[in-house]
Every structure is written in structure tokens, then in C-alpha cells.
Design a protein around this ligand. Structure first.
Ligand code: PGA
Length: 237
């Protein structure tokens, strides 16, 4: 796991955006799994601002996760957090993007559909995610086996309460549907981004603790091409 500290959220996001742009210019058919949440928003903005029209003509995006029971057009949905700032401005057509339908009657089948979609692309090239206050990646909560593909997870209390920040009014959040840690471990490149003082404690844990399923982000240490990029406010040192 390569650990790098950037002077600001802006320089962190510029670096992450340039990494994605450089990657697709090398491999135009790349499959990129991106997270929702606040962390990647500036990266998305910088990708959109700096992309040439041809950069994403063949690339595929996979949305990392979704809150179970939240409609796609809800402004707080994970889909909205990826679609509005990234997918729509880049003009990615529906056949080159995967979102979880968390309203599906059969969520196991929905997981299988996303697993099959990722497999049909030959796996993920890049997975770029934020980190939760409990060390989750996507909605892979503490205790999730590292060898799990897409699955439905039961949310910890902290995830359900922190998740309220995405919604206009109190929203019950109990379960998530998420790309799995095995997808992350099998991706060619795994990137975790963190910014802000509030992430300092969890970044310290990732740096200091040994690999354990109790700390999902520690899976990064098992990956041979992984990056933990933080801004100075999130750096515990
Ligand atoms: P955030 O969420 O980017 O909004 O901080 C990250 C996460 O919970 O995984």
C-alpha cells in the first residue's frame, strides 16, 4: 500500500483526477469503479473539467454501492452522487455504466447481475473509493469477508447516522448493496481517498493496525498496487 499525503483537498483531487485521465488515455476500454459520497466530488469535477472528448468514449463505469430501498432519483442516493457530477457531464451511455438497483425485488439477483457485468469486462481496472468512519470501503462493513463479491450488507449504526448527511430529511438506512472486497483485491489498481480532520482517526488505524476483516480498509495492504491518498488534514502524523 502506497501512502501519500497531499497539501490540500484540491491537490489530492487533482492528483486522483489526473491518475484516472492518464489511465484511460493508456487503456481507453478501462473499467472504473467509483464511489459516491463527498470525498470524490472534487475529483469528479476535475475529471470532467480536464477530459478530452475522446477520453471516455470506450470506458465503463461501475457505481460502488447503494442504500437499500432508496430510489435512484433521490438526491441522497449513491447513484445521484455519481450520476450528476460525473456520468451525465461525461455523456456516458447507459450500456457503459452499472448502477445497483436497490429497489429490486431480488437483491441477490441484483448482486449477481453486477458481478456478471464486472466479470464481462474482465474485472475492474481501477477501484477508487472513500473510507467510512468505521473503516468501511463501499458498504463493506467491519467483519465483511475479504473474499466476498457484490452483496447486501447490514449497516452499522455509525454508517446509518453519518449517512444522514446525504439526505434532506431523516432517512432510515439499514442495509446497503455493494461491490465486494474481492472485487477490490482483484482490481488492477485500488485507490482510497480521504480528506478532512474527521478522517484522521480512521487513517491512523489503517496505518497502524494489521490486516483484519474487522477493518475493511486494511484489505488495501493485501493488494500489490494500492494507494491511500489523503490530504494533510486527514494525515495523523
Ligand atoms: P464520504 O463517505 O466520502 O461522504 O466521507 C465515505 C464513506 O463513508 O465511505
Amino acid at each position: 500500500m502506497n501512502y501519500q499525503v497531499f497539501s490540500s483537498y484540491d491537490t489530492l483531487s487533482a492528483h486522483a483526477a489526473q491518475f484516472i485521465l492518464d489511465y484511460v488515455r493508456q487503456k481507453p476500454t478501462a473499467t472504473i469503479c467509483v464511489a459516491s459520497g463527498e470525498t470524490p466530488l472534487l475529483t469528479f469535477q476535475k475529471i470532467v473539467a480536464n477530459a478530452k472528448p475522446e477520453d471516455f468514449e470506450q470506458a465503463t463505469f461501475v457505481a460502488l454501492d447503494e442504500w437499500v430501498g432508496i430510489a435512484p432519483d433521490n438526491a441522497g442516493s449513491c447513484r445521484s452522487y455519481i450520476d450528476s457530477p460525473l456520468i451525465t457531464p461525461l455523456g456516458i451511455p447507459a450500456e457503459r455504466v452499472s448502477f445497483f438497483d436497490s429497489l429490486a425485488d431480488d437483491l441477490e439477483a441484483e448482486c449477481q447481475r453486477v458481478n456478471d457485468f464486472i466479470a464481462s469486462k474482465g474485472g475492474l481496472d481501477i477501484i477508487m473509493v472513500g473510507i467510512g468512519m468505521n473503516g468501511h470501503l463501499g458498504l463493506n462493513e467491519p467483519g465483511t469477508p475479504f473474499d466476498t463479491y457484490a452483496h447486501v450488507s447490514e449497516l452499522e449504526e455509525v454508517t446509518a447516522s453519518v449517512g444522514q448527511k446525504y439526505f434532506q430529511s431523516e432517512t432510515p438506512l439499514t442495509h446497503g448493496i455493494t461491490v465486494g472486497l474481492k472485487h477490490l483485491l482483484e482490481a488492477k489498481v485500488a485507490i482510497v481517498l480521504a480528506n478532512g480532520e474527521k478522517k484522521k482517526g480512521i487513517i491512523q488505524r489503517v496505518l497502524e493496525e494489521s490486516v483484519s476483516e474487522k477493518l475493511p480498509a486494511s484489505a488495501l495492504k493485501l493488494h500489490s498496487n494500492s494507494y491511500l491518498w489523503v490530504d494533510s488534514a486527514a494525515n495523523p502524523a
